[in-house]
Design a protein around this ligand. Sequence first.
Ligand SMILES: [Zn+2]
Length: 304
Amino acid sequence: MSSLDHDQRLHPSCRDKTTVTSDSSDAHELAKQPLQGLKLASHAVLEEAQQKGRLKCSKCGGSRMFFCYTCCSLVGVTPQDIPLIKLPVKIDIIKHPNETDGKSTAIHAKILAPSDVNIYTYPCIPDYEKEKMVLVFPGPGAVSVQDMMQCLHHQSDSKSSYTFNEPRIKRLKTEEVQGATHTAENPESGTPDGAEGLESRVFPLQRVVFIDSTWNQTNKISTDERLQELLRVELKMRKTCFWRHQKGKPDTYLATIEAIYYFLKDFHEHCLAQEYKGEYDNILFFYSYLHSVVNKAKTSAKKC
Ligand SMILES: [Zn+2]
């Protein structure tokens, strides 16, 4: 528990939520395929904890299963029971204050990668250096993860009002990009300890921002002037399998944890230029388990 406790002291603003109930009332037809074949730690510990039922969080007294979404701490499982993931980039998640407690998947990322993930409650967000950050958010002007690094190089070179449609010609741009690729192919770069050094030496990207709220609420956050200037990155052709799929929204609108997972996968393949071998699959450790619980509940409900 120590690492989580420590991290929480560092980031007292971390207050987020999700749920572990198998509420499938608003579930849509679930797409099972994306969660097949993940390299995950054993779910046996979660099955055992689920058998015991909800327990009181030792910090706030709330009734929780697996973890407390208010305190960002584990409940009924120990840190040794769950995977600890080191990410190749820092992740900030900005959540909407009105988001219903317990429904967000952002907390999964904070618990599984505590040293690389921070959660902020809007409007309390850090000041960002736009040359070193991207916002994962779809819409006009958003670029793919493949194009992201090149756009960031343009930005950090120009340091002025760069727009994607009017790229300035930059000397050594090609060499820089190639250099990044070559360095990334260094075997050491794939190790967690090497990632940060690599990032600061070669990659302009230091932090990736995600917005965690229902899609109807995201507009207010994404139009905030502090986020307006960030390069936007869009994850294309990914379909959600979230059981709380939002009515009327296309199934390419991902749950926060899905978006983080797909971003990391694309980043690994296209920016680190390495074959993806499931390095970050465990970011879906809780999500995939809860997904299977909801699926089972739905199946048994149909039999009744
Ligand atoms: Zn708590």
